[in-house]
Design a protein around this ligand. Structure first.
Ligand code: PLP
Length: 399
C-alpha cells in the first residue's frame, strides 16, 4: 500500500506515545509513576457533568450549527469580555472538537505550500506538524530559558524571510510552563504587524497563571493600537478539567474564522453537541472550581520544584504557568548508565523509565536539548514517590 506523502512528512504525536507507553506498562501490572500526563487529574466539576446529563435527556443529541450552538458562542463572547476584556460577535467564533482542531483549522485556512511559519522552540509538539500538514514550513526560533523562554528576538531577526506568513505563540507554554511578559508579546505583535504575519495565539493555559494576571495577546494588540491580525485559540480542556469532552474554540477576523469553519464543516461537521451544552455551563457557571484546581496546582508546583532542585546537578527554573516544570538535565548527558551512553534526553528518559518506572517526556522531542518535561498534574504523594525514585536512578549514573 502506498500511502500519501503527508503521512511520512509528519511525526506522530510523541507525547501521546509516552502516554500510551505508560498505559501499556500499567496494564501489565507494573507500578509506574507517570509524569507525562498533559491533563488535570481532577474530574470535571459536577455542575458541568450535570449539564451534560440534562443535555442528553433533553435531546441535545443532534448536529449543531457548524460553528457551534449559538448559545455556546454567546457564552464564549460573554467570557471573552468578562475575563479577557475583548469583544467579539458570535459570528466571529468557531467551536471545535478541542482547541487542537481550531489550531489545525487555522493552519489549513491560512498557510499555503512554500510559505513559512515561525514556531518558537521549545514548542508544543503539534505546532510544527500543523504547519507541515498545511504543506508549509516551520521556521524554528530560539527562546531564552533564563528569561521565561521568551523569544530571542535577535534569532528571529536572523531568520526573517519574505516567505513567512505567520507565527504561532503559546503563553503559558507547554512544555516549559513559561509565561511571556506583556512587553515580549507586544514586541512580537509589532514584528508581526510590520511583516504582515498572522499571529495564532494558543492560550489554552490562560487560567493557570500563578503570579500576576493573564493578558490575552489580542487585548495587548488593541491596547497598544498595533493592528496585527490575531487568531486566538482557547480551550475548555485544561481550565475545567474537560480534556475528554473535546471542546475548544477560536476567535478572530471574520474572514479567517469563516474559512476555518468551511474546512471544519467538511472534516467533522461540528463539535459534539453534549460537550457544547456542558461548555455553556462551564463558561457561565460558578468559576470557583477553576480557582480551587489552580490552588492545588500551585501547591504541587512548589513541591516538585523544591524536590527537583534538591537533586545534585539539576537546575529547575520556577515556571509561572500551566502544570509543567522543565528542568535541565544537561549534567547527565554523555554519561553512562547500565552500560549505555546517555547521549540525549530520549536516552535519559528511557533509562529513568527502565530503571525506576517513572515516565517523563524528553525535551529533545520539543526541540529543547538537555531538558525533560515533568507534569505535576498528579497528587503530592505521587510527586514525592516519583522524585524519590528519580533521585535513585540518577545516583546510579556513572560519572
Ligand atoms: N495547545 C497546547 C499547548 C496544549 O498543550 C494542548 C493540549 O495538550 C492543546 C493545545 C490542545 O487542547 P485541546 O484539548 O483543547 O485540544
Amino acid at each position: 500500500m502506498r500511502l500519501a506523502n503527508r503521512v511520512n512528512n509528519i511525526n506522530p504525536s510523541f507525547t501521546l506515545q509516552m502516554v500510551t507507553k505508560a498505559a501499556d506498562m500499567i496494564s501489565q501490572g507494573i507500578d509506574v509513576i507517570n509524569f507525562s500526563v498533559g491533563e488535570p487529574d481532577f474530574n470535571t466539576p459536577k455542575h458541568i457533568r450535570d449539564a451534560a446529563k440534562n443535555a442528553i435527556d433533553q435531546g441535545y443529541t443532534k448536529y449543531t450549527a457548524g460553528k457551534g450552538m449559538i448559545e455556546l458562542r454567546e457564552a464564549i463572547c460573554t467570557k471573552l469580555k468578562r475575563e479577557n476584556g475583548i469583544s467579539y460577535k458570535p459570528s466571529d467564533v468557531l467551536v471545535s472538537n478541542g482547541e487542537k482542531q481550531s489550531l489545525y483549522n487555522a493552519c489549513q485556512a491560512i498557510f499555503n505550500p512554500e510559505e513559512s511559519v515561525v514556531v518558537f522552540s521549545p514548542y508544543w509538539v503539534s505546532f510544527p506538524e500543523f504547519v507541515k500538514m498545511a504543506d508549509a514550513k516551520p521556521i524554528l526560533v530560539n527562546t531564552i530559558p533564563e528569561n521565561n523562554f521568551e523569544p530571542d528576538f535577535s534569532d528571529l531577526e536572523s531568520k526573517l524571510n519574505s516567505n513567512i506568513k505567520g507565527v504561532i505563540i503559546n503563553s503559558p507554554s507547554n512544555p516549559t510552563g513559561g509565561v511571556w511578559s506583556n512587553a515580549a508579546i507586544v514586541e512580537l505583535l509589532k514584528v508581526a504587524k510590520k511583516h504582515n504575519w498572522v499571529v495564532i495565539s494558543d492560550e489554552c493555559y490562560e487560567r493557570l497563571i500563578y503570579d500576576g494576571e493573564f493578558v490575552s495577546a489580542e487585548k495587548l494588540n488593541q491596547e497598544h493600537n498595533i493592528g496585527a491580525t490575531v487568531v486566538t485559540c482557547m480551550s475548555l480542556s485544561k481550565t475545567y478539567a474537560m480534556t475528554g469532552w473535546r471542546i475548544g474554540y477560536a476567535v478572530g477576523p471574520n474572514e479567517i474564522i469563516n474559512a476555518m469553519s468551511k474546512i471544519q464543516g467538511q472534516a467533522t461537521s461540528c463539535a459534539n453537541s453534549i460537550g457544547q451544552k456542558a461548555g455553556i455551563a462551564a463558561l457561565l457557571g460558578d468559576q470557583s472550581c477553576v480557582e480551587e484546581m489552580k490552588r492545588s496546582f500551585l501547591n504541587r508546583r512548589d513541591l516538585i520544584l523544591e524536590l527537583l532542585n534538591d537533586i545534585p546537578g539539576i537546575k529547575c527554573a520556577k515556571p509561572n504557568g500551566a502544570f509543567y516544570v522543565f528542568p535541565d538535565f544537561s549534567t547527565y548527558l554523555n554519561r553512562t548508565a547500565n552500560n549505555k551512553l546517555l547521549k540525549d534526553t530520549f536516552d535519559i528518559s528511557g533509562y529513568i523509565l527502565d530503571s525506576v518506572q517513572v515516565v517523563t517526556v524528553p525535551g529533545d522531542g520539543f526541540g529543547a536539548v538537555g531538558h525533560i518535561r515533568f507534569s505535576y498534574a498528579t497528587n503530592r504523594k505521587i510527586i514525592k514517590e516519583g522524585i524519590d525514585r528519580l533521585r535513585r536512578a540518577l545516583d546510579m549514573i556513572e560519572e
